[in-house]
Design a protein. Structure first.
Length: 396
């Protein structure tokens, strides 16, 4: 009998595989006992988006152009005679009427000049009468051969000379009276007068017509602005081709936008367009007229004018907030197709109309354009579209 060894197995070789099989399976199952069964990730719900349909409407083609206010009429009040300014009789910045007295120039020298002219007229008139009497006497003596014919002709010539001197004296007197009248300076037009350019005691009109003040008519006022000749040509070509319609006479709305961004309440009208183009700038000058009953508009004020220059019928429009401009100047929008999938669309736009863009290609009227949820909508992805409701309507 062989000796017993502790490490020796008491199992027969036939029994070992049968015993080890359950143990091996137990060890294989141990690592998975602490893990839960893995499942597929849940699908994301469709992105919620708000849309507005693109619409077809008649739009006005407007242009906003810069310019400045100009007075309807401007009159420079100047001294027409030389003298010392005695008095200013108006309030600066006030409204004056044509004929109102504004300044008084010392009339004493002018009165003396008038009196001298009147005396000269009286002297020449007396000389004319005397020469006429001598001519009549010489004419009678010549008929009796009491004087020579030459003396009679000289007497007739003297009458004509003195008659001419009378006319000159009358003209001199009239000039002196006019100059005396110019000593009282009056308003040539009605309007608002600015500050006085001279003060009492100043010598005016000596050698030149001294500027005393400026009067401007402020109701209505002009608005002078410019537009590029290129833009005008494009509008005329589009109108000629039929893509744009002309604005009916009297139907064009001209709106003034003030410096602070507010809209002037009075509407204006276009008066004329210059017949030539400025060679240095390539611009055409235009002028509009606006009522100014409250004197809000002042000459020299900067503003912008919105002019309706054409009309586009059946134009497709889309809100500006829905358009993203991409490289190259084109625009893009996201639309919802019939199967409620978001689709990326490149569009071409032309003019702005209110808060919309006028679409010339890439979009049809009735297509649903995404307004809100653009960042959540991926091209080709399913979305949950809802009509867009403005915040003002939601509040109600």
């Amino acid at each position: 009998m062989p000796p017993f060894h502790p490490s020796a197995s008491i199992l027969s070789p036939a029994m070992r595989p049968t015993l080890f099989l359950p143990v091996s399976l137990a060890f294989l199952l141990l690592p998975s006992c602490g893990k839960k069964a893995q499942s597929a990730p849940p699908e994301m719900p469709p992105a919620a988006v708000s849309f507005l349909p693109a619409i077809s409407e008649t739009v006005q083609i407007n242009r906003e152009l810069p310019g400045r206010i100009a007075a309807l009429r401007t009159a420079e009040v100047r001294a027409r005679v030389a003298g010392i300014l005695l008095q200013k009789t108006f309030q600066e910045g006030a409204d004056v009427r044509a004929g109102d007295v504004l300044f008084q120039i010392d009339p004493a020298p002018l009165e003396a000049a008038r009196d001298s002219a009147a005396a000269n007229l009286a002297r020449t008139d007396a000389s004319w009468k005397q020469s006429e009497t001598l001519a009549n006497r010489a004419r009678g003596l010549a008929s009796m051969s009491a004087v020579s014919r030459q003396d009679a002709e000289n007497a007739e010539a003297a009458v004509k000379v003195t008659a001419a001197e009378v006319l000159a004296a009358k003209a001199a007197l009239k000039t002196a009276e006019l100059n005396l009248g110019y000593a009282t300076v009056t308003a040539p037009i009605s309007g608002r007068i600015g500050r006085a350019q001279v003060t009492e005691g100043a010598l005016v009109g000596q050698g030149n017509a001294t500027l005393l003040a400026v009067i401007q008519q402020l109701d209505p006022v002009f608005f002078d602005f410019t537009q590029s000749s290129t833009d005008l040509i494009s509008l005329k070509q589009a109108t000629a081709s039929g893509s744009l319609d002309k604005v009916r006479p009297g139907a064009a709305a001209v709106t003034l936008l003030l410096e602070n961004g507010s809209e002037y309440k009075q509407r204006g009208r276009i008066l004329f367009s210059e017949v030539s183009v400025d060679e240095t700038t390539g611009m055409v000058s235009l002028r509009a007229e606006f009522p100014n009953p409250d004197r809000m508009l002042l000459p020299g004020m900067f503003a912008r004018v919105r002019v309706t220059q054409a009309v586009r019928e059946n134009a497709v429009t889309v809100p500006q907030r829905a358009v993203t401009h991409i490289k190259g100047g084109s625009g893009s929008v996201m639309v919802v197709d019939d199967s409620n999938h978001a689709q990326f669309r490149v569009i071409e736009t032309s003019d702005a109309y209110q808060d919309k863009w006028v679409v010339t290609s890439g979009l049809k009227a009735g297509e649903r354009v995404i307004i809100e949820g653009l960042l959540k909508a991926r091209p080709g992805a399913l979305v949950a579209p809802e009509p867009f409701v403005p915040a003002a309507q939601q509040a109600h």
